[in-house]
Design a protein around this ligand. Structure first.
Ligand SMILES: [Fe+2]
Ligand SMILES: [Fe+2]
Length: 135
């Protein structure tokens, strides 16, 4: 799993809190699989996806509020992750009875976190930080 250390913090409490919760849910999904409780994966995956969607909305509202110049690009990036979220829901359902689904679920959840937090969100870190300092 991703170790959310300080280098991943955007220094924006609302967003960092969401990322930490998403990371926790990803760890819970991993634990359910590793500890032989795959029947928990469906519910945990639903929670993970639902929090992701809520988080994307909150993040986009914040970027709009602070007039982030690339807000449209970030919105499109989030849109591109919706297909992955559907895959996670399906894998979560299948995990109880399918070994391959369990393996894929771990990977997909990890990639989604990587895509949102590491690849894309860090690109607006400096902007959010400069606004925080100014404000
Ligand atoms: Fe994002
Ligand atoms: Fe994010």
């Amino acid at each position: 799993m991703i170790d959310i250390d300080d280098s991943f913090l955007l220094e924006c409490e609302e967003i960092d809190k969401d990322h930490a919760w998403l990371n926790q849910l990803a760890e819970d999904i991993n634990a359910a699989i590793d500890e032989n409780r795959p029947q928990d994966c469906a519910e945990l995956s639903r929670r993970f996806v639902s929090l992701c969607k809520k988080h994307f909305g909150a993040e986009e509202a914040l970027l709009k509020k602070i007039d982030y110049p690339d807000a449209k690009h970030h919105h499109e990036h989030h849109q591109s992750l919706y297909g992955k979220m559907d895959t996670i829901l399906k894998l979560g359902e299948a995990a109880a009875s399918n070994e391959l689904a369990r393996k894929s679920l771990k990977k997909e959840v990890f990639y989604l976190l990587m895509d949102d937090i590491i690849n894309e969100d860090l690109s607006f870190k400096e902007f959010v930080h400069s606004i925080n300092k100014a404000g």
